[in-house]
Write a protein that binds this ligand. Structure first.
Ligand SMILES: Cc1ncc(C[n+]2csc(CCOP(=O)(O)OP(=O)(O)O)c2C)c(N)n1
Ligand SMILES: [Mg+2]
Length: 516
């Protein structure tokens, strides 16, 4: 057994059994090990941003890391924008990056780069394996580090000669993942006191507060205390829809966030941070919290957020009250007339199948989506968490690989989609049940808005040219078809509804372009 085989076998027996990859020569022994050893599903991405975003989507749905295998510094650098989003999502990923043989490094061959330097800002754990007999143990340490709260990216750099050298029987044993600690009883009691006071209170949640037992406990707390349940604008994973606790998403626009929080003198944070606007605006306070508001952290990102919410619910004897749930409210299927972002959202709310996963990077075209899908069939909702655009299609790939029995709806704005559209090819290659909708407004609409929001006047011709992405218009139908994804251009409500219905029944990916 060589180092590469020890690495792969160690990962597999620790249940890291999906590898999103775009490999090169320095990773060839790892590729050979993946070829020889059964148990690792290998998924090829044709750009590293697809690989990193897919690992994020996989982790969001399973809570477990996939591994990624990337080629040297340049391969990693191409993947970093979506590793930035994954880092912000606090998801576990084991990022394996190939390195030249240690004996080759001093030659400074063309592909040599400071891989540790590139990986460090996004890695909660980082190591270059030194010997073949240790690389299996390194892999297990990486997996455990990635799954220790707060979850994150563990980067293991594997030199080619570590991979090809004889390792003996150096498969490392799996060890159990440490449970996140509970917050102190003082933190729990203070939250309970605040909620009992009758003062209007926001419960702002992230992480495990937004799905499963954490969310259920939050619904119980809201039922007993009338607390308002909020999620930050960036959402790693939120379960929503009819019968689930109603969680409102903080608005992206600062003035709207200020207005939303204005009536609340108390905020309790469960796994979430104090909200702040994405950008600074001259003369404005970027923290949308009302003056004098009492902010209390019930659970930090490193603590057991779901467990804290359950303990809080029981401190409040909240289970004696009716839990707060979203009433079912499925919109009617629209028919006739021109397609707009409003009736497209309505059609999505009407047709979304039970237990679907919605990936949303629709940007300015998605504003009608949250209200239209509030009371529709229960679904998981995933968004861009780090503001680095170009995540929708990769995230959908990873979530679909993680959830083969579920339907995926992938909503992408056109500018964002152009960063990582190679994800469509992986969807076709893997027959993933993803229906992608591209909102083709032929512009970077949000940047136009930010331009005026920042008070720099109206865009002139040169500035407009930086915000408009028509001339030539991007043909999404041809792009998708060229990558093996059947596609439709929806020029009316009726065409859209039919294409969406068909897409949601197809045993593989489809794409619908909405020209706006
Ligand atoms: C990696 C990265 N590059 C650039 C940006 C800056 N940026 C923010 S929004 C945006 C354009 C968004 O356009 P589109 O996705 O078409 O959405 P629309 O605003 O048209 O709804 C750009 C370029 C970014 N956020 N991330
Ligand atoms: Mg656009």
């Amino acid at each position: 057994m060589n180092g590469a085989e020890a690495l792969v076998s160690s990962l597999i027996q620790a249940r890291v059994d999906v590898c999103f990859t775009n490999p090169g020569t320095s990773e060839m022994h790892v590729v050979a090990a993946l070829d020889r050893i059964t148990g690792m599903r290998c998924v090829l991405g044709l750009f590293e941003g697809v690989v990193s975003g897919a690992a994020d989507g996989y982790a969001r749905m399973t809570g477990r890391p996939a591994c990624t295998l990337l080629h040297l510094g340049p391969g990693l650098a191409n993947g970093l924008a979506n590793f930035h989003n994954a880092y912000r999502a606090q998801v576990p990923i084991v990022s394996i990056v190939g390195q030249h043989a240690l004996t080759h490094l001093h030659h400074d061959a063309p592909l040599t780069a400071d891989i540790e330097g590139l990986a460090r800002p996004y890695s909660k754990w980082l190591r270059t394996s030194r010997t073949a007999s240790e690389v299996g143990r390194d892999a297990i340490e990486a997996q455990i580090a990635s799954q220790t709260a707060p979850h994150g990216i563990a980067t293991l750099i594997v030199p080619a000669d570590v991979a090809w050298t004889e390792a003996g029987d150096a498969v490392a044993k799996a060890v159990s993942v440490p449970k996140p600690p509970m917050p102190s009883s003082k933190a729990l009691e203070r939250a309970a006191r605040m909620l009992r006071s009758g003062v209007p209170t926001v419960l702002l949640m992230a992480g495990s507060g937004l799905y499963g037992k954490g969310l259920k406990a939050a619904g119980t707390i809201a039922g007993a205390t009338k607390a308002k349940l909020l999620a930050p604008y960036p959402i790693t994973r939120l379960e929503r829809g009819a019968g689930l606790p109603p969680v409102e998403r903080m608005p992206y626009i600062l003035d709207q966030a200020v207005a939303l929080l204005a009536g609340f003198p108390q905020i309790i944070l469960a796994g979430a941070r104090i909200p702040v606007s994405y950008f600074a605006y001259p003369g404005k306070n970027p923290v949308p919290v009302p003056a004098g508001c009492e902010i209390h952290c019930l659970a930090t990102e490193a603590e057991d957020c779901a467990g804290a919410l359950e303990a809080l619910a029981s401190l409040l004897s909240a289970e004696k009250s009716e839990p707060s749930t979203e009433p079912q409210n499925i919109p009617a299927v629209p028919s006739g007339g021109d397609l707009t972002t409003v009736n497209a959202a309505q059609a999505i709310g009407a047709l979304l199948p039970e237990n679907a996963i919605v990936v949303d990077e629709s940007m300015t075209s998605g504003r009608s989506l949250m209200p239209a899908t509030k009371g529709c069939s229960p679904h998981d909702y995933l968004t861009n968490t780090g503001g680095s655009i170009g995540i929708a299609m990769p995230l959908a790939v990873g979530a679909a690989v993680a959830s083969p029995d579920r339907r995926l709806l992938c909503l992408s704005a056109d500018g964002s989609g152009m960063y990582t559209m190679q994800g469509l090819w992986t969807m076709a290659r893997e027959s993933l049940k993803v229906t992608t909708i591209v909102f083709a407004n032929r512009e970077y609409a949000v940047l136009k808005r930010e331009f005026s929001g920042l008070g720099v006047g109206n865009p002139g011709d040169r500035a407009k040219n930086m915000f408009e992405i028509g001339r030539p218009d991007i043909d999404w139908v041809s792009l998708a078809q060229g990558m093996g994804v059947p596609a439709t251009r929806a020029t009316s409500v009726d065409v859209f509804v039919k294409a969406l219905q068909q897409g949601l029944e197809t045993d593989g990916p489809t794409l619908i372009e909405i020209p706006l």
